[in-house]
Design a protein around this ligand. Structure first.
Ligand SMILES: [Ca+2]
Ligand SMILES: [Ca+2]
Length: 455
């Protein structure tokens, strides 16, 4: 038989499909001039509706097959080995023109297979072979990633760059649609720096240039994915399809961003460190998820600016704001709740959006003071405080005196703090020996002793 070259040995059955060449895609393939009993037949049993690409010479394919004789008796199956047959495709081979998802039945006459003698093992002489082939995967070693199905939000002020930290959801499938992983099933985003080699090269590239809120499909060939080895339930040499949804991203060098939406006509008194502020806010994520709202609670949030009562980004975002002003403050996680977030409330590494309205501002005292005099200080201060004139000031005397000064407008306590705590601290500072009484010697004005805090 001329077909068999000298030294020719039968190839293993799955490879046979690829060693046989066809002249075109029409099926059955006729006109080989060897008679009606010797036709090679290709039946396209199933062709998917979507077929963006077909197998070409030079591609790498993964397919399953079942090999039977015409009477249906099986002689080989990749399914039995639970492993696809993976191979490069040469020019004009039988699998050329197939789509991923396509199923073909290819009937090979004996003279194109193992001829009169069979393979000496499973395949007898004069046997026609019927291969039921399903193409699962297809790529070319020259492929880069491809980006498809982009849905980009209308407002996209910024696109991700190398070095940004991105939070996104994804569904991961293979080209044949089989699922391998999803962030949704873990109910938390996948968070990573991009462009820095923390993820597979295909994703590192595919996540560049995205907008917050964008959806896209990133198709990653195996050499930019998990290679010939695969990983977990990802088979070797598999093309990966990631459908992603970008929740947010930021750069570690980002500061907060402030957008003022409304300023009242008189916006001259601006908030500063030490001021007591009452404000409303909505806190949300960049994808619009509402986290918290004081409007819903029906009461303002009250803080002393610069005293560490809110996260740093919020403290920054509330500065130089006047009563009645409305602004949006965007806070990156390193100025918010960090990588940890707040359990059950704020996701880790989340960028936060605060819509703020300042309702009230009580001007604070100069830095370092918890109490100041509005008027001149009485020259007989100790004697005035020591009401019973026994030469010692007790906490009760001290407290009554300070409150009386505040009530009459002669003195002022720092706003936003517990007045009793301030008074007690002031008293303790004066009581140098800690015996619960302040003597005339212990009593000093702040001006007389630079380091001391109050009075
Ligand atoms: Ca006394
Ligand atoms: Ca004392």
């Amino acid at each position: 038989m001329a077909f068999k070259a000298r030294g020719w040995r039968p190839p293993p059955p799955p490879l046979l499909l690829l060693l046989l060449w066809v002249t075109g895609q029409a099926a059955p393939v006729a006109g080989l001039g060897l008679g009606p009993d010797a036709e090679l037949q290709i039946e396209r049993r199933f062709v998917p509706d979507e077929c963006p690409r077909t197998v070409r010479s030079g591609d790498f394919v993964r397919y399953h097959y079942v090999g039977t004789f015409p009477d249906g008796q099986k002689f080989d199956s990749s399914y039995d080995r639970d492993s696809t047959f993976n191979v490069y495709v040469g020019k004009g081979q039988l699998i050329v023109g197939m789509c991923v998802g396509e199923k073909r039945i290819i009937t090979i006459p004996p003279f194109l297979a193992y001829g009169e003698d069979g393979d000496g093992k499973d395949i007898p002489g004069q046997a026609s072979l019927v291969f039921d082939v399903a193409l699962l995967d297809l790529h070319n070693p020259k492929d880069g990633i491809s980006i498809e199905n982009k849905v980009v939000p209308e407002n996209c002020e910024r696109r991700s760059q190398s070095g940004d930290f991105l939070r996104y959801h994804y569904n991961g499938t293979l080209l044949d649609g089989s699922f391998f992983d999803s962030s949704y099933s873990r109910n938390r985003t996948f968070d990573t720096y991009i462009g820095q080699g923390y993820v597979i090269p295909g994703m590192d590239e595919g996540l560049l240039g995205v907008c917050i809120g964008e959806k896209r499909r990133i198709v990653v060939p195996p050499h930019l994915g998990y290679g010939e080895e695969g990983r977990g339930n990802i088979p070797g040499s598999a093309v990966l399809v990631f459908d992603i949804h970008v929740i947010d991203f930021h750069n570690p060098s980002d500061s907060i961003s402030i957008t003022s939406h409304y300023k009242p006509p008189d916006c001259s008194v601006l908030s500063k460190k030490g001021d007591y502020l009452k404000y409303h806010y909505n806190a949300s994520l960049l994808d619009g998820t509402l986290l918290d709202s004081t409007w819903n609670l029906g009461k303002t949030y009250n803080i002393v600016l610069g005293s560490g009562q809110v996260v740093l980004g919020m403290d920054m975002g509330l500065r130089e704001m006047c009563v009645g002003e409305k602004r949006t403050v965007i806070i990156p996680p390193h100025l918010g709740y960090g990588e940890a977030g707040v359990d059950g409330e704020v996701p880790g590494s989340a960028v936060l959006v605060f819509d703020i309205e300042l309702l009230e501002l009580v001007v604070g005292l100069p830095e370092g003071y918890m109490f100041i005099w509005n008027d001149e200080v009485s020259p007989n201060l100790f004697e005035e405080i020591d009401k019973d004139g026994d030469g010692e000031v007790l906490l009760k005397e001290f407290s009554e005196y300070i409150h009386a000064q505040v009530a009459s407008g002669k003195g002022k306590l720092a706003p936003g703090f517990d007045a009793e705590m301030i008074v007690k601290n002031m008293f303790t500072n004066q009581d140098r020996n800690g015996d619960g009484k302040v003597t005339a010697e212990e009593f000093k004005l702040k001006d007389q002793e630079a380091k001391h805090d109050e009075l």
